[in-house]
Design a protein around this ligand. Sequence first.
Ligand code: NAD
Length: 417
Amino acid sequence: MKSNDLLATAIYNFQHSAKRLCLSAKLYDNMISPKEKIECCINPILSDGRHKKITTYVVRHNDTLGPAKGGIRMAESVTLDDINGLAMEMTWKTALIGVPFGGGKAGIACDPNGLNADDKEIIIRSFTRGLMRHIGPEIYVPAPDMGTNEKDMGHLKDCLSYSSGASITRGCFVTGKPVILGGIIGRREATGNGVAYTTAAACKKCGIDLTGAKVAVQGFGNVGSVAAGMLAKMGAVVIAVSDITGAVYDSQGLDIDRLYAHAAAAGGVKGFDRGSVLAPAELLELPCDILVPAAAQSQINESNAGRVKAKIIAEGANAPTTPQADEILGSKHCFVIPDILCNAGGVFVSYLEYTQETQREQMTLDEVQRRLIDRMQSKFEHVYQYAQNKKISMRQAAMDIAVQTVADGLVYRGFHP
Ligand code: NAD
């Protein structure tokens, strides 16, 4: 298995779940392969007049429970296999968190770092035009993921409505939009806040006092920065944060608001005037109570898992832990909150955005937050009890609940076209 192989991790986790659940061959075959894999080449003309050839992808892994849902990843190295693996994860995540969506994902193989705002908008619009027949409230509903943000979702919505000669789209074609364009208040923070809520629940089960607990966070984008801020608000001490530019460390705790302001101005955490500089790889191995990987996949793998000292790992990122690392962490009794549970707050609030837009309603921040906390806590408890009863890990329990839910949906739908 390649060290960063998202698809192999997704397939491994599914196959082991299928075995535990004694899934029939019919169900297994139906669930392992994506329903649709699209690769589309776009050639936008950038602001300096250059043509840039970019490969883009949309994968609808499974839509048994509803339209495919999942973010758009923009990264130079992203592949169709990566998007397939991430789409498969979304199938289990939406089933586990209990929203009527299937699993999908999109990719734009282009480095967003260093792109000026005009070029990013041109690329997002070109992607949207190239793939618009695969996007829709009953087909695939995108959202932000690594390398994309709410502004990009605003451009996507505008491109779709402009193309149909209207000021809005008919129904919800994209979530994670700016609030002023029909986005929902609290969506941008939902994934990171959900990470913090499940972490607090895990601390209770592990007998760790969150007040004063030491936390290290890898990745300081949408998920990592919000999770760090919320955990600090809950009383934890965030001792280390890294991003693609570097890592900073302070055993007494970093001021997350100040670090956020610095990163926004400087383009990353590097150069923060408090604490000391840390080698980014060291962050994962720091003595701490809680580690939050909130960046790329496969960061915790067989080469470093043995040296991870955290008692709780809260997977803000998708597939940050390889199956080999999972075994090593399990043997050390490390409590892993699996990605499909830990970072599902984003897709849950995306569902609220979808219903809000469909019904032309508006929800208050209080309502969104209350529903998010309730859902994250109740799903955490469900997975925890299932894991205890079956004597399996949290990841195995989350996967088994999700795979069984999709299997039940398939049986109710029937297998004939
Ligand atoms: P983002 O683009 O906003 O931020 C990514 C962050 O990770 C940046 O700070 C970047 O510098 C950093 N980073 C990238 N590679 C790194 C490395 N090797 N070491 C340290 N830092 C690194 O992306 P995001 O939306 O915060 O997504 C982060 C992760 O969370 C991804 O795995 C994504 O799939 C997952 N996720 C995101 C959402 C969401 O709502 N945005 C929902 C569920 C899961």
